[in-house]
Design a protein around this ligand. Structure first.
Ligand code: GN1
Ligand code: MG
Length: 358
């Protein structure tokens, strides 16, 4: 993106200090992210173009982020480091709209590090602390949040999309996928039965992060301790089990999410234990009995959902996830299914660990 345009976008925000440079940060799957550096001692900033196809209600999303971060700020020792700080536009809105694109800014938190992979149990433990603390700080948050992506981890809604996609079969792939479709169908009743416990309130809902991979946890550079959860775009109300489950899906995988070599993919029970220890060190006291009972299952639930979502996108002609090659979504489906099977095999042990720790 051209520099002149980026400077023009940045000029719409209430920044301290003159902008010195704007550079791309990482290769986001969903948003485009930039670091805005300013002259002298003024703070630096993160500027993001929010993906309005994935997030149809960016203003609602920014309202969620502001409400949640203000709540956290009111409770922590270092409010400028222990959560994100939203920087409004000069007109007071939480975003700037440029044509069809929405832009938003938050403070850059200095002296921090992030990781792309959890390659040690110590890091998995810290990641668990990060999400556990995030949920604990928000346990008494009582304002309604906007549902910025409909039915995000609601498997009943995902099955509605699934049935419609299979019926439409827009690119004629269904005929070659009978085995893979059966992976999903054979678990339909079990997954819906879990979700019905959320629908009846047997499993309560809270503020959830909904994208709990390691790269969304910020660590303090001097101490190495976990500082806060970042990327709050998907903050919504759901069961906190989903945050745990999605983290288990990503932290415990010994292979890649899209590994072509299925032998690489297993769930590491050591990583499971470490993440659960960290998470429960923050959440043990506030969780109810039904949450504890279903905690281990949440790993299977979210991994199953990911099998369904990748396969559904493949059947749909690859419209949601960016792909790097033609069968990418099918490769992802198979790798996540291998992970799901590994969890199913080790499920008794997962339950025993939760029972011991909770
Ligand atoms: C998307 O791009 P990333 O990693 O933040 C997706 C998640 C999936 C993940 C799978 C808004 O997240 O739900 O689990 O891909 N986010 C959205 O890699 O759909
Ligand atoms: Mg994300």
């Amino acid at each position: 993106m051209n520099q002149e345009k980026l400077f023009e976008i940045a000029s719409h925000f209430a920044l301290e200090g003159a902008v010195a440079s704007i550079e791309a940060l990482g290769e986001g799957f969903i948003n485009d992210t930039f670091v805005v550096k300013t002259e002298g001692s003024a703070p630096n900033y993160i500027l993001q173009r929010k993906n309005h196809v994935v997030f149809p209600d960016v203003p609602g999303m920014m309202d969620n982020i502001l409400a949640v971060t203000e709540h956290i700020k009111s409770k922590v020792a270092d409010p400028m480091r222990e959560t994100l700080t939203v920087v409004p536009a000069t007109d007071g809105k939480l975003y700037h709209k440029d044509g069809e694109n929405f832009w938003a800014v938050c403070l850059f938190i200095p002296d921090t590090v992030t990781y792309d992979r959890a390659d040690s149990t110590a890091l998995a433990y810290q990641g668990g602390v990060g999400i556990g603390r995030f949920q604990a700080l928000l346990a008494d948050f009582d304002k309604p949040l906007n549902e910025t992506i409909k039915g995000f981890h609601n498997i009943r809604w995902r099955f509605e999309q699934w049935d419609a996609t299979i019926a439409a079969d827009p690119v004629g792939r269904v005929k070659d996928l009978q085995e893979e479709i059966e992976w999903v169908e054979s678990r339909r009743a079990e997954m819906l039965s879990f979700w019905s416990k959320v629908e009846t309130g047997e499993i309560p809902t809270h503020v959830t992060h909904n994208d709990t991979k390691i790269s969304n946890i910020l660590f303090d550079r001097p101490t190495g301790n976990v500082l806060c959860a970042i990327d709050l775009d998907t903050v919504m109300s759901s069961t906190s089990l989903n945050d745990f489950g999605d983290a288990i899906r990503s932290y415990t995988n010994t292979g890649a999410e899209d590994d072509k070599c299925l032998e690489n993919v297993e769930m590491s029970i050591d990583m499971f234990r470490a993440y659960a220890e960290g998470y429960l060190s923050e959440q043990r006291k506030s969780m109810c009995a039904s949450e504890k009972k279903w905690l281990a299952f949440a790993g299977r639930y979210i991994t199953f959902e990911q099998v369904l979502r990748f396969l559904m996108d493949y059947i749909d002609g690859d419209k949601y996830y960016k792909i790097a090659y033609p069968d990418h979504n099918l490769v992802r489906t198979r790798a996540q299914y291998k992970l799901l099977q590994s969890m199913e095999r080790q499920y008794d042990e997962m339950c025993a660990i939760v029972k011991e720790l909770a």
